[in-house]
Design a protein around this ligand. Structure first.
Ligand SMILES: Nc1ncnc2c1ncn2[C@@H]1O[C@H](COP(=O)(O)OP(=O)(O)O)[C@@H](O)[C@H]1O
Ligand SMILES: [Mg+2]
Length: 303
């Protein structure tokens, strides 16, 4: 059994999975596990929200079930659907065989054999390893009716399928919701959860993350990369680079055998950190050099 009996133990468990976890996050994860409350993680894209659920599942050795939210997601795609084409085939087969006893056929058609389980139903099924982790990812992409539905699903962890009856989770799943805050998620849903804002890491923490995720990068290159990205985040950009971009960029630079940053190298690889043409255009000319100079000036020359 993985030790999760204290905040330190939770941090150690996550760090064992290469996830760099500060005290505040460690605390809220510990509380969520101890109290059995869903965890609501909000923050900009690429700051490591989804990764927490993955690291938790790996660290606790639990099954990870992911419900990726999108506009138009409705309850049936989130819970279960009947396999309509397979039902049609079964009807045709029964007809061809002259076997048209209505009740027998209906019972068969609405049985487990024709049920397609979607993430919420899957998360209510028992698993040998213990209650699964249910990741409801990017909940801000759905709409208010779906949020209301989630609120209900998260309160009783049971699903009623008219043809089959009520299915209840023997042990509630560990629930993690994430939002990139493209809109405010309703209070009622948030109130059901423990909340944590996942911020961009500070310089030291981002260096640690880079050491965990791109260990091949030299100390001096890592420090330059992180200093540059941190400086870039203070600029007026449409979309600031996340931690994911820092890691990607370091890997690109390694693939190009870059030893130290220069304005030319930055111009050639900007697509790894900025994903909007307007932002990239802002860094043309002397801008990249100015930001690089500022980044380098912020570094302690003694290291
Ligand atoms: N604290 C962290 N420790 C280790 N890796 C991290 C951390 N934060 C972010 N990452 C890295 O950044 C990447 C993007 O994170 P992700 O969870 O997909 O972001 P989000 O879900 O917030 O958009 C992950 O694949 C992971 O490698
Ligand atoms: Mg994510």
């Amino acid at each position: 059994m993985t030790d999760i009996s204290s905040i330190d133990a939770v941090q150690t468990m996550l760090e064992g999975q290469g996830y760099v976890c500060g005290r505040a996050l460690g605390t809220v994860v510990f509380l969520s596990l101890t109290l059995g409350r869903p965890l609501f993680l909000e923050g900009e894209a690429g700051v490591g929200k989804t990764e927490i659920a993955k690291a938790l599942a790996a660290g606790l050795n639990r099954k990870l079930i992911r419900l990726q939210c999108y506009e138009g997601l409705d309850a049936s795609s989130a819970v279960y659907e009947w396999n309509f084409p397979a039902q049609m085939v079964a009807i045709r087969t029964a007809e061809a065989a002259g076997d048209t006893s209505r009740t027998a056929l209906t019972t068969e058609l609405f049985s487990d054999d024709f049920l397609i389980e979607r993430p919420l139903l899957e998360a209510m099924r028992p698993d040998d390893r213990g209650a699964p982790i249910l990741l409801i990812d990017e909940v801000d992409r759905t709409d208010a009716p779906f949020e209301a539905f989630l609120l209900e699903a998260l309160s009783d962890f049971q699903v009623t399928i008219p043809e089959l009856g009520t299915i209840k989770a023997p042990e509630p799943p560990i629930v993690i919701l994430t939002s990139n805050r493209t809109r405010e998620v309703h209070d009622a849903l948030k109130r059901r959860c423990l909340y944590h804002w996942v911020d961009y890491p500070d310089f030291d923490r981002e260096i640690e993350i880079l050491a965990a995720r791109a260990p091949e990068a030299s100390t001096s290159l890592s420090r330059e990369v992180v200093a540059f990205v941190q400086q870039l985040r203070t600029e007026d950009l449409f979309k600031k680079p996340g931690v994911a971009e820092t890691i990607d960029w370091a890997k690109c630079l390694l693939a190009l055998d870059v030893i130290n940053l220069s304005p030319e190298v930055i111009a050639d690889t900007l697509g790894a950190i900025l994903k909007y043409q307007d932002d990239i255009a802002k860094l043309h000319g002397s801008e990249a050099k100015r930001i690089l100079d500022q980044a380098q000036a912020s570094l302690d020359p003694a290291i």
